[in-house]
Design a protein around this ligand. Structure first.
Ligand code: C5P
Length: 219
């Protein structure tokens, strides 16, 4: 029973974790399920948007005719795919849990357990969302923040540092919230507002989010 308020809009969404290869069989990853991003994609598609969904490894599926799904593995692949589409995007929503660091070198062969200790040097990944902020022309830009301390101040800091229009704060302190489960509890922060929502299913969180975005872009 969705509205069709996003007809004619292109919405780009990043979702899921990224996997950063260590050797041919191992990687550094995280527990992001991709469910939040896929739920937002589904809801935006129901509202008539053309959705470009760029996801790291996730078991979520999508076959909505308005969703063009691109599966990627690493942060660098996600970065490259995002900027194939960013210029023509009206609304960009970065819900992916991108790895902050990747191994400096990927071993060509499986690393053997010959030594008692092993050091893997990591180097910083590109910040996809920050780069979107730097390249912003017409895009309404939405980020996520998962904080464990000074949540609101840190989220507000990211809003400014990454040149975002709004940031969605998930608190790890809230039972049932975060990036693993089926529910989430969010706060939406803009330059001039803070709005708190109740704990709900990620499908309903997606509705709240898109209602909020629609209201912002109609201003
Ligand atoms: O700075 P931090 O990683 O906490 O910011 C989280 C936000 O930035 C999320 O929206 C996430 O998708 C995005 N991000 C990104 N590329 C990175 C790191 C984070 O797009 N390399």
């Amino acid at each position: 029973n969705s509205n069709k308020n996003l007809e004619g809009k292109t919405v780009l969404i990043t979702a899921g974790p990224t996997y950063e290869a260590i050797d041919p069989v191992r990687f550094i990853g995280n527990h992001s399920s991709g469910k939040m991003g896929f739920s937002i994609a589904e809801e935006a598609a129901n509202r008539g948007a053309k959705v470009i969904l760029i996801s790291g490894p996730s078991s979520e599926k999508s076959n909505h005719q308005n969703i063009e799904l691109h599966r990627v593995t690493s942060a660098k692949e996600m970065f490259a795919k995002v900027f194939e589409y960013y210029e023509n995007t009206d609304i960009a929503i970065a819900s992916a849990a991108v790895a902050d660091y990747a191994p400096k070198e990927i071993a060509q062969e499986k690393i053997k357990k010959n030594d008692d200790s092993l050091t893997i040097e990591l180097v910083k990944n590109p910040d996809i969302l920050k780069t979107m902020g730097e390249r912003k022309t017409k895009q309404f830009l939405v980020g996520f923040a998962l904080e464990t301390q000074n949540e609101e101040e840190n989220a507000k800091g990211k809003l400014q540092k990454k040149n975002l229009d709004m940031i969605v704060l998930n608190s790890l302190r809230d039972e049932g919230a975060g990036f693993k489960g089926a529910t989430n509890k969010i706060k939406i922060i803009t330059e001039s507002s803070l709005t708190e929502f109740a704990l709900k299913s990620k499908e309903d969180v997606a509705k709240d989010l898109l209602n909020f975005i629609e209201e912002q872009i109609s201003k």
